[in-house]
Design a protein around this ligand. Sequence first.
Ligand SMILES: [Zn+2]
Length: 327
Amino acid sequence: MTGGPGRGPEDLPGPATNPRLGLTGFVSAAPAESLVPLADDERRLLDEAVALLGGHRLAVLTGAGLSTDSGIPDYRGPESVPRSPMTYQQFVGDEALRRRYWARNHVGWRHLRRADPNAGHAAVALLEQRGLLSGLITQNVDRLHSSAGSVNVIDLHGTFDRVVCLQCASTFPRSRIAEILEDLNPGYLERESDAGDVAPDADADVDDTGDFVMAPCPVCGGMLKPDFVYFGENVPKARVADAYAMVDAAGALLVAGSSLTVMSGLRFVRHAFKAGKPVVIINRGRTRGDEFASLKIEAGVSEALSYLARQLPDLPSAEAIIRQGRE
Ligand SMILES: [Zn+2]
């Protein structure tokens, strides 16, 4: 079970109650033709967003709501199953918990590797190709923005496909550590591969973890950790500085699919707001950034981003700006 007090197996969203979730917790990406047509009021709000954002280079901040159309559950979204993710302190301080975490991650990360980007990721990539972005900050560790073709991406909370040594700071591809874990735990994957729910941080719903053997760092024998930011852990300073620079280089901030529950994302909304830049938030349900938003749009994230990627006007070329300056 993924945790949560007083919750039995009957409460888990299975295929029968949630057609979006297969047995593995994943379905393949929703293709563009499955986008839901926008309602009139949604279109009206998006046209307001075009008016607010048009002519500005944008910084984009995305969260878990962007990946739900790729079959990755959003554990803070309005329809999500409550979860209590492990904290950094629990991970480094408790060997049994760490063993359990690695066992579940060993099963879960494969599902993230199989997920495909959706129309929302494609729309953000298109915004960049059109020259409308200063860059993209994502709170997701699934790397689906990069898969969709986004180039200037800050993976604020790290990525699922890399592992770091807490002793010597070496990093390794997750696939290399997977091979070591498979050698150390023969047959484990076959036994547990029909895992149920898999969280966005690759935590799979696996219970039988007591005899799982963890891999030491191949370089120094130290403690390995999936290279993403845990609860209770800070985003590396240099990464935060890069993200602030991205917001500073933009004329406006567009937030999509994040409830901004954690400060690591919310601070960029505050930063843009304090600088007097328009902030547009697309998210179903309340966010902690709503009070800083010039405009809040409750609509499907893939649909809304696809609309904006088509409707936002081109930025004036450098020549046009120089020409205007002379007139
Ligand atoms: Zn090491």
